[in-house]
Design a binder for this molecule. Structure first.
Ligand code: 5RP
Length: 235
């Protein structure tokens, strides 16, 4: 366990743990590189920390319009994914992470672009507070980005697996992702075999991306705990 930042004597808040792991992730940013950047409140802490060293990097490939706006507002150049051949590292949060580095992602609705940018990177560094650590994936409702006309059929397919899919709403209307699609959140799943599950759901017609990141799992996780930052490495 490495403690990279001093914590106050009282128990750290979740927000403080996010700040801690966001700063800790800077050690994986190579000088002169383009960094893959995820989405979410933990990544926002990383982006804020990245702004302090922005002179040392070329810029970022971003996984969402929200992260792009934050990066640009802080003066960090954002490259289109098609302008870049490969990334040394992708840094992102998770909704759940298990002991093998498999994750559920998509709570922030950015799962498709997150998986694309992650697939370009040699290393996936997950930054998360300890509440995200689980034995088995599935307590967090599984986000699935879908083509709108397929939503009901995909809902029926999840029901056959024991899951209850709900269309994600925003302001009373279906949420529209950065890719112009809809999102289902699937409750009641227990995902014992994430690799097989991801492969299976990915090939259902109308599924754009399933929020299981098993083929695109974390290389390591910087986990924010009351004792400091714990580095978990996965084979
Ligand atoms: C966004 C994601 C995020 O990584 C995930 O939701 C975690 O977010 P946060 O850091 O806000 O808890 O997958 O689509």
């Amino acid at each position: 366990m490495t403690s990279l930042m001093s914590l106050s004597s009282s128990a750290p808040t979740q927000d403080e743990l996010k700040t801690l792991v966001g700063r800790a992730a800077l050690q994986y940013v190579e000088p002169g590189s383009i960094v893959g950047v995820g989405t979410g409140s933990t990544v926002n802490k990383f982006i804020d920390a990245l702004a302090d060293v922005k002179q040392r990097i070329r810029g970022a490939v971003s996984s969402s319009e929200a992260s792009t706006a934050r990066l640009r507002a802080l003066g960090i150049a954002v490259f289109d994914a098609n302008e870049v051949d490969a990334l040394a590292v992708y840094i992102d949060g998770a909704d759940e992470i298990d002991g093998r580095g498999y994750m559920i992602k998509g709570g922030g609705a950015a799962l498709t672009r997150e998986k694309i940018v992650a697939s370009m990177a040699a290393q996936f560094v997950c930054i998360a507070d300890a509440s995200k650590q689980v034995e088995v994936l599935g307590r967090f409702p599984l986000p699935v980005e879908v083509i709108p006309m397929a939503a009901r059929q995909i809902t029926r397919r999840f029901a056959a697996l024991g899951g209850k899919a709900r269309l994600r709403l925003q302001g009373g209307a279906p949420l529209v992702t950065d890719n112009g699609q809809h999102l289902l959140d699937v409750h009641g799943l227990r995902i014992d075999a994430p690799l097989a599950f991801e492969s299976e759901v990915n090939q259902w017609p109308g599924v754009v991306t399933v929020g299981v990141f098993a083929h695109q799992k974390a290389t390591l996780c910087l986990l924010g705990t009351a004792q400091g930052v714990q580095t978990l490495r996965f084979d």
